[in-house]
Ligand binder design. Structure first.
Ligand code: DX5
Ligand code: ZN
Length: 220
């Protein structure tokens, strides 16, 4: 699949969400951060918001669910039109069943890990997943500083993914910018969320292109 850039709209102007998404036309996906004020101390969107956004863009939606009880709530995001749905393994009661349900309803299934959650215990789940998300900040807010301590986990995740056939995408999220994207790409990530780096740029789509070029060169 190669390198993919998935800007997060968390720090965009949310009163004009469809217009903000129209500013990142060369992105591969729109990353939408769903927060419930329980799993993380912040509150954002629900399924009806995403259904509405899906009808206003041709870009596929990548929903990142930072919510308690994804087992009961994730399918609503598939039904809202999201092409990829990511649940946090720390919150899921039955991650295998949940991943199968997401896939069974036609979306890509992904599993996210907070910075302190190791990947090794979940090696056998990789076959059930279309993507693993390694968080490089504590989830909850945009604009935080990239945590270098997550780089060894990105390398481990890449090694385990290759061992199991190399099909699973490896996404990083949190503090990804022109300063940090090379480190992530060298460690083996291939899908890059960037929120404040993209939406604080004068030309967000140009920033998407610059991030892509930098990641492609670092991955070579
Ligand atoms: C944080 C979110 C991220 C965030 C990224 O909990 O999951 O997607 O919006 O924003 P930046 O790139 O500013 O760290
Ligand atoms: Zn996110």
């Amino acid at each position: 699949m190669g390198i993919q850039i998935t800007p997060s709209v968390l720090n965009a102007d949310l009163s004009r969400l469809a217009d903000e998404v129209a500013r990142i036309g060369s992105a591969d996906w729109v990353h939408v951060d769903v927060m419930d004020n329980h799993f993380v101390p912040n509150l954002t969107f629900g399924p009806s918001m995403l259904e509405s956004l899906a009808s206003h863009t041709d870009l596929p939606l990548d929903a990142h669910l930072m919510i308690d009880d994804p087992d009961s709530n994730a399918l609503a995001y598939v039904e809202a039109g999201c092409g990829s749905v990511t649940f946090h393994v720390e919150a899921a009661r039955a991650p295998v069943r949940l991943a199968r349900e997401i896939r069974g309803h036609g979306a890509r299934a992904a599993m996210a890990l907070r910075p302190a959650t190791p990947i090794e215990p979940y090696e056998e789940l990789l076959a059930e997943l279309d993507m693993v998300l390694v968080m490089t900040v504590e989830p909850g807010f945009g604009g935080q500083k990239f945590l270098d301590l997550c780089l060894p986990k990105i390398r481990t995740a890449r090694r385990l993914i290759e061992k199991h056939g190399g099909e699973t995408w490896l996404q990083v999220d949190g503090g990804v910018s022109l300063e940090t994207i090379e480190r992530c790409a060298e460690a083996g990530a291939d899908v890059f969320v960037a929120g404040s780096a993209v939406y604080s740029a004068d030309d967000p789509d140009r920033m998407v292109a610059e991030l892509r070029t930098m990641a492609e060169e670092a991955a070579r």
